[in-house]
Design a protein around this ligand. Structure first.
Ligand code: BYC
Length: 318
């Protein structure tokens, strides 16, 4: 049941946001704030779950037992992130079934990056280094989001993402210190993942439909462009350390701005992938639909078991 509005509820909501305190599920909140959060948190949850697929593809082919165990743990963590986030969204009155249905029917989005294929083992390194690296930049900022359950889920997620980024960077480091073929594999993975990673931060601020309101409500704490810039700035030194070249001829230090300038993002490609035209859009949704169907008997069995337990408790109490 959503909290009932009472006189002064909106002023209390505004004062809570202004005081940098958290809005909690028991608090009254504007309906548009609630809906915007459900949209962002559920899309974030879907991204974590669909995001298991590109790397999951390499679990059976990891080059060593140690790499396999680490990758398995990382992919499991992503499933856990999905669970924390679905749980946070449920506190806003939306059901898990509804969110699942929105994903499977294509009504809800998930991060466009996961519609790109993971072609070689180096892609597992590039995903950890770049994709998890971009996610951390975004999510560290979101730890200060105004909705309590989302903020608390993000604190835990960020700790795990930090391990994910390091495992990716270490794979890249190993490949870059290996044979010339291995280094070329690492460069090729960087070339393919760099630009889609920059798209993870969303459209430019001027084109971002939700940013202005989300920043006012402190759901988002930094804009899409600010976070993207932060990611580019941190990545340059990391690429240099690896001895790799970021695939952008316009990338150069701008002393006046105290930031790196970088080239234009292909927004047509971004829109095409968002609208279903990426390499893997269909296979990603098919994998989620198959998982949903394959898991149906488990859900049924658990519900039947829960019903039986409840009936037994009622009998015992009588
Ligand atoms: N991909 O007004 P805007 C991970 C959509 S997974 C797809 O700027 P907003 C990992 C946007 O949703 C972590 N769609 O939106 C897992 C909106 O569409 P709707 C992923 C995108 O919400 C496994 C429209 O474009 N992280 O770490 O203010 C392995 C207009 O955009 C994208 C999160 O989800 C995109 N890249 O800002 C490895 C972080 N960008 O809803 C790693 C949480 C934009 O109007 N989310 N759109 O239909 C956010 O921070 C924000 O939602 C965004 C977008 C910055 C993504």
């Amino acid at each position: 049941m959503p909290p009932i509005s009472s006189p002064g509820a909106e002023a209390r909501f505004d004062a809570t946001i202004a005081a940098e305190e958290k809005i909690e599920p028991r608090d009254w909140m504007p309906e548009k704030y609630r809906r915007n959060l459900v949209r962002q948190i559920s899309q974030h949850a879907h991204s974590e779950v669909v995001g298991q697929l590109p790397e999951g593809n390499w679990i059976t082919r990891a080059p060593t037992l140690r790499r396999k165990a680490t990758l398995l743990a990382k992919v499991q963590d992503e499933a856990g992130h999905g669970l924390y986030l679905y749980s946070a969204a449920e506190t806003l009155g939306v059901s898990r079934e509804q969110m699942q249905d929105d994903l499977l029917s294509g009504r809800a989005k998930y991060a466009s990056i996961f519609n790109y294929p993971s072609l070689t083992w180096a892609d597992v390194g590039a995903i950890g280094w770049l994709v998890d690296g971009a996610a951390i930049v975004n999510q560290i900022s979101l730890c200060r989001t105004s909705y309590g359950p989302y903020a608390r889920a993000l604190v835990r997620i960020c700790k795990e993402e930090s391990f994910h980024m390091r495992q990716g960077f270490e794979i890249m480091q190993t490949l870059c210190g290996g044979t010339s073929e291995q280094k070329a594999m690492a460069q090729d993975a960087l070339d393919r993942w760099w630009w889609p990673t920059l798209m993870m931060f969303g459209p430019h601020d001027a084109e971002s439909a939700h940013s202005q309101q989300s920043m006012q409500w402190k759901i988002k704490r930094q804009s899409n462009d600010e976070l993207r810039q932060k990611f580019v700035d941190q990545s340059v030194a990391q690429a240099e350390h690896l001895g790799l070249v970021l695939p952008d001829s316009d990338l150069k230090w701008n002393a006046a701005r105290d930031h790196y300038d970088f080239g234009a993002i292909d927004w047509d490609e971004f829109q095409r992938v968002l609208n279903g035209g990426g390499h893997c859009n269909r296979s990603r949704i098919k994998a989620r639909r198959d998982a949903d169907q394959d898991g149906e008997w488990v859900r049924e069995a658990m519900l039947t078991y829960a019903d039986k337990q409840r009936a037994r408790a009622v009998e015992d109490a009588a």
